[in-house]
Design a protein around this ligand. Structure first.
Ligand code: ADP
Ligand code: MG
Length: 313
C-alpha cells in the first residue's frame, strides 16, 4: 500500500518543551520507530506540521532584526521545512539501519500554490509568531498593514495571516518521480510554502499559512496513495469531545462523518481540518483516511483501530 503520513506538531515538539535540539531528536525517535515499521511493507510519503518550529524561527528573526535582516514568513516556512526534514532524515536513516532496511530519504522543499482570490485573504484567521502588548501590536500594525487580534485567554496580541486552500503542489513532478524511484519522500512540510502565480513568470511567496492536513490530502491525491494517515495526539476522533457524553468514532462512512462535521463536533483549527481532509480523501473511490495517534499508527493499519473513514462503509 502507498500511505501518506501527516505528522502532527507533537510528534516533534511536545507541549511544555522548550524546543532544544535534544528534545526534538528524542521526540523524532518515537515517530521514526513507527514510521520505519510501516515502511517495511508499505510505500511511505511523509508530511508534517511546523507550528512550534516556525514560531521559534520567527522569534529568532524578530529579536535579531537589529543585527541581521529579518526574513519574511515564506522564507521562515522554507527554513522550517529544511530543519524538520533534516531531523526526520537523521532519525529515519538511523532507524532504517537499526532495522536492517535499505531505504534512502529525501526532503523536498515544497511550494504550494494558492488562488490569489481565495476568500481567506479578506479574512485572516491563523495566528502566528509571539504574543505582544497592545502598544507593540499597534506599532507593527501601523508600519505594515497586517492584521492583529487579541487572545484574551492567553493575554496578548498576535498577528493573524490568511489560511487559503491549497490548489497545486508546484514540486508535484519531482515528488512523484522520487516516490516512483523507491525513495522515502518528506514533502509539503507545514502545509507547504504558500505561493501565488507571479507576473509575468514564476511564483511569489506570500504571508499565509496553509493547513498541513489539507495540503497532506492534496499530496496523497497526487501520489495516488491508498491511505491518508493523520497522526496527532488523540487515538480517535470524538463526538461531543470534552463533554461527559463524548463518544469515540471507529470506522465510519464518509456520509456519516459529513453529517457530524455539519453538526459542528470538530474544533476549528484543530480536529476540524483533519476531519475535512479525511472526508475529501475518502470520498475518492477505494481510498481510506485514518485519524489516530502516533503511538497507535502501526496498530491502526494492522488491527483497524483509530478513526477510519471509508467510502461506502
Ligand atoms: P496537531 O498538532 O496534530 O495538528 P491539533 O492540536 O491541531 O494537533 O489537533 C488535535 C487536537 O484536536 C486534539 O488534541 C484535541 O484537543 C482537539 N479536538 C478538537 N475536537 C476534537 C474531537 N471532536 N475529537 C478529538 N479531538 C478533538
Ligand atoms: Mg495543529
Amino acid at each position: 500500500m502507498k500511505i501518506v503520513v501527516a505528522l502532527g506538531g507533537n510528534a516533534l515538539l511536545k507541549a511544555g518543551q522548550s524546543g532544544t535540539v535534544e528534545e526534538q531528536y528524542e521526540n523524532v525517535e518515537t515517530a521514526c520507530r513507527q514510521l520505519v515499521q510501516m515502511a517495511q511493507d508499505n510505500e511511505l510519503v511523509i508530511t508534517h506540521g511546523n507550528g512550534p518550529q516556525v514560531g521559534k524561527i520567527l522569534l529568532q528573526n524578530e529579536t535579531a532584526r537589529d543585527k541581521t535582516p529579518a526574513m519574511p514568513l515564506d522564507i521562515c516556512g522554507a527554513m522550517s521545512q529544511g530543519q524538520i526534514g533534516y531531523i526526520l532524515q537523521q532519525g529515519l536513516c538511523k532507524e532504517f539501519q537499526r532495522q536492517n532496511v535499505e531505504r534512502d530519504v529525501a526532503t523536498v522543499i515544497t511550494r504550494v500554490q494558492v488562488d490569489r482570490d481565495d476568500p481567506s485573504f479578506q479574512n485572516p484567521t491563523k495566528p502566528i509568531g509571539s504574543f505582544y502588548s497592545r502598544e507593540e501590536a499597534e506599532k507593527f500594525k501601523k508600519n505594515s498593514g497586517d492584521t492583529w487580534v487579541e487572545d484574551k485567554a492567553r493575554g496578548g496580541w498576535r498577528k493573524v495571516v490568511p489560511s487559503p486552500m491549497p490548489s497545486k503542489i508546484v514540486e508535484e513532478k519531482i515528488i512523484k518521480e522520487l516516490v516512483a524511484g523507491g525513495y522515502l519522500v518528506i514533502a509539503s512540510g507545514g502545509g507547504g510554502v504558500p505561493v501565488i502565480a507571479d507576473e509575468p513568470a514564476g511564483y511569489k511567496g506570500i504571508e499565509a499559512v496553509i493547513d498541513k492536513d489539507l495540503a497532506g490530502e492534496l499530496l496523497a491525491t497526487i501520489v495516488d496513495a491508498d491511505v491518508l494517515m493523520i497522526l496527532t495526539d488523540v487515538s480517535e476522533v470524538y463526538l461531543n469531545y470534552g463533554k461527559p457524553d463524548q463518544k469515540k468514532l471507529g470506522t465510519v462512512s464518509v456520509e456519516e462523518m459529513e453529517k457530524y462535521e455539519e453538526e459542528g463536533h470538530f474544533g476549528a483549527g484543530s480536529m476540524g481540518p483533519k476531519v475535512n481532509a479525511a472526508i475529501r480523501f475518502a470520498r475518492k473511490k477505494g481510498k481510506t483516511a485514518i485519524i489516530t495517534s502516533l503511538e497507535n499508527a502501526v496498530k491502526a493499519l494492522t488491527e483497524n483501530t483509530g478513526t477510519q473513514l471509508k467510502s461506502g462503509v
